[in-house]
Structures are given as C-alpha cells and as structure tokens.
Write a protein that binds this ligand. Structure first.
Ligand code: ATP
Length: 267
C-alpha cells in the first residue's frame, strides 16, 4: 500500500480528520459528488476545475484530506512525492510523469496526489534546471490534456505556495487553491478527540480545556497527534514500572489528565 505511485483506495475516512469542515464541504462538491453522480454532471454539462492545490503549514492534514476524499468517493489514490519524482527517476522523469497519468486514467476514478509539488518548480533556473524544466513541461501537458483526464482529479500539496511556478496555478492545472490553516481551538479539540478514539482515556480528561491551554496555541494536527501518543506512552510506562515492581493488578489502566500533563511538558 505504501509503495510509491501504487494505486488503491485509502483507508483514511473523514472520521480520522479533525476540523477542516469547510474543506470537506468544498471537496464534497468539487470531487466526491462528481464521482458519485457522473450522469447528473453530464446531463447538466458541468465543467468544473479538476485540479487543486492545498497549501499551508506542515502537519495540518493536507495528505489526510486528500486520502479521505479518495475514500469517500471510492476512488483510487496515487501518492507522488515531488522530490522523489525528480531524484529517483533522473533522466526519465518525463516518462515517469506520462506513466503516472496513464496509471491514473486506467484506475479512474482516481485522486492523483502530488506531495511537495513545489519541488517540481523551484529549481527551474538553477543547477539541474534542465530536468525540472522538461519535467514541468511534461506535467503541464498532461494537466492540460483535460479531455483525456476523465475521472482523474489532481491534488497538489505545498508549504510554500509563493515559490510555485505560476504556470502550474492556472485553471485546469492546480487551478483551485485552498488554504489548510493551523487548527483553531475548536479544531484542536476535534483533532485531539479524533486521535483519542478507541484509546482508554479516563472520563476526567477534558479535551476542551486542554486544547485552550497556552502550550497548545500553535500546535499543528501532527503535534496534537504526537501529544496524544506521548500521553499513551506515559500511561504505558507507568504500567510497565508497576509490573517491574511486581504490582500487577487487574484493574484497567486509563490514560489520565496527569499523563496529558507529562505529554504537554514533552511537546
Ligand atoms: P506536510 O506538509 O508536512 O506534508 P500535511 O499537511 O500533509 O503535512 P498530514 O500528513 O496530513 O499533514 O498530517 C500528518 C499527521 O498529523 C496525520 O497523519 C495525522 O496523524 C495528524 N493530523 C494532521 N492534521 C490532522 C487533522 N486535521 N485531524 C487529525 N489528524 C491530523
């Protein structure tokens, strides 16, 4: 499943995504419904953007959203990492771009996800620019072949939209630009709860208060996931210490506010 460029329906669902409701709505109309109701789109002659760019700080759910969209739509998902496309296929990146789009069409409906897509544009004039230039042109020509792009939706992700080659941002390419921000306090609560799902959390752990703590102010989704994991680790360490001391009891060991305090100190 993890092999690069391999296509399959991801197992990430919207339940795994905290917050980001407006993006969910956008993608529902822009991609999910179009895949689910192709007849309606045809009947109404809908002709809408099929290329998206998610931008924003690292660890805020860009990859997660793209996977949840594919899962929701029942579409296959191809994950391409910009820098790998450049380095792994030196000299044959253009052919690889062609292969990727062919694979996407064969597996349609398909979400073609280009992670760190800025890597394909920034080195255009510097050393190695030749490869990037030709790769970029190949990519643009595939993106422009909209007629043959039936059922293939392209989502790019970047932390640095300002360095993107403007040619890539035109309509029909990565034309619809969507910002994925750091989570708000409410969204932090939702992300914490998402990651706490199916974990033995004590009833007195109050995520609403936790998410409003000053230490949590600028945390990303990835940081919040790490916070929950640290709390789990603290609870486990405590359990293992007890076992070392021979104090094994049958009572269930929960993850308590104290474990979250320890986790906060670490993050
Ligand atoms: P990067 O720019 O570094 O590639 P990204 O925006 O693509 O980051 P993701 O890979 O989607 O970020 O998120 C990394 C991890 O952080 C996820 O696997 C998940 O555990 C957690 N995470 C981030 N955002 C959220 C969210 N909104 N809800 C739940 N978990 C999240």
């Amino acid at each position: 499943l993890r092999r690069e460029g391999f296509s399959s329906i991801p197992n990430v669902t919207w339940k795994d995504v905290g917050g980001l409701n407006s993006l969910r709505k956008e993608f529902n109309r822009y991609i999910v419904q179009r895949i689910k109701c192709p007849e309606d789109c045809k009947e109404y002659g809908l002709n809408m953007e099929a290329g998206f760019l998610l931008f924003g700080p690292p660890g805020c759910g860009k990859t997660l959203i793209a996977k949840a969209v594919a899962n929701d739509a029942g579409a296959s998902f191809i994950h391409i990492k910009g820098p790998e496309l450049l380095n792994k296929y030196v000299g044959e990146s253009e052919a690889e771009v062609r292969r990727i789009f062919t694979r996407a069409r064969t597996n349609s409906p398909c979400i073609l996800f280009f992670d760190e897509v800025d890597a394909l544009t920034t080195r255009r004039d510097k050393e190695g620019g030749w490869v990037v230039e030709r790769l970029l042109n190949q990519l643009l020509s595939e993106l422009d072949g909209a007629d043959q792009r039936q059922g293939v939706y392209v989502i790019g992700a970047t932390n640095r939209v300002e360095v993107m080659d403007p040619a890539l941002l035109r309509p029909g390419r990565f034309g619809k630009i969507l910002y994925v921000p750091l989570p708000s306090a409410d969204e932090r609560v939702s992300i914490l709860k998402t990651h706490a799902q199916s974990k033995p959390i004590a009833a007195d752990v109050d995520f609403d208060t936790l998410a409003c703590r000053e230490e949590c102010n600028n945390l990303s989704g990835a940081d919040l996931a790490a916070l929950v994991n640290e709390a789990v680790m603290a609870a486990l360490e405590e359990k293992w210490d007890r076992m070392d001391r021979g104090e094994i009891s049958d009572s269930p060991r929960l993850i308590t506010p104290l474990h979250f305090e320890r986790a906060l100190a670490k993050i």
